[in-house]
Design a protein. Structure first.
Length: 205
């Protein structure tokens, strides 16, 4: 199965994780990968404001996690660093990612919350979760998904996926219908994420 038999995949919210799961993990690592699903949206009952679970709540380790070759899911970069395995991830344009996340989690709200408020809570989520990007073996880009997937496979030393399962769980209509003023505001408070995104985007040739 190649040289990188064991690795960690740090999954940023709304960055093609389900697509990667079906296209790559279930194809080449079935029975050998573990989805760390400790992430759960948590909401304050009194104010109805979503909280940042990765930041606020310590995440327990899944049972027997060390026996799996691949661990992926919603957790901070440092959760599994003691395993000393190569790390991988994907990023997405911060504005598009955050808008998509807002509408994806909208059904959980106890009370209505404006997208600007949501953006403030989840600002720079990518950079917080990823940490030092120089420590990663490879980071792909959702906007260059097919090219990124091929490079991902090359880094894992596994066959290129010729017919990836490309069912995307993104709602472009919500992004298109979001006001330009709101998009600019979201971009302005996600400077760290924008810097990381642009750097990684430039690497995908």
């Amino acid at each position: 199965m190649g040289n990188l038999n064991k690795f960690i995949y740090v999954h940023i919210l709304k960055t093609a994780g389900t697509t990667l799961k079906h296209s790559l993990f279930e194809r080449y690592y079935k029975g050998r990968y573990l989805y760390d699903g400790t992430f759960k949206p948590r909401y304050n009952n009194s104010k109805g404001r979503p909280e940042h679970p990765v930041t606020i709540y310590p995440q327990p380790y899944p049972k027997d996690y060390k026996k799996y070759d691949v661990i992926f899911g919603h957790f901070r970069h440092d959760k599994y660093e003691h395993l000393d395995r190569p790390m991988f991830s994907f990023v997405r344009h911060p504005v598009r990612r955050l808008i998509d996340q807002y509408y994806y989690h909208k059904g959980y709200y106890k009370k209505k919350i404006r997208i600007e408020e949501f953006a403030e809570i989840w600002a720079n989520h990518m950079s917080y979760v990823l940490g030092d990007i120089s420590k990663y073996k490879f980071i792909g880009v959702v906007e260059k998904f097919d090219k990124s997937l091929n490079l991902f496979c090359k880094n894992l030393d596994i066959p290129i996926i010729k017919n990836p399962i490309t069912k995307r769980y993104f709602n472009d209509n919500n992004i298109k219908n979001t006001a330009k003023k709101t998009k600019k505001y979201i971009e302005s408070i996600n400077k760290d994420d924008m810097e990381i995104y642009n750097e990684i985007l430039g690497r995908i040739k």
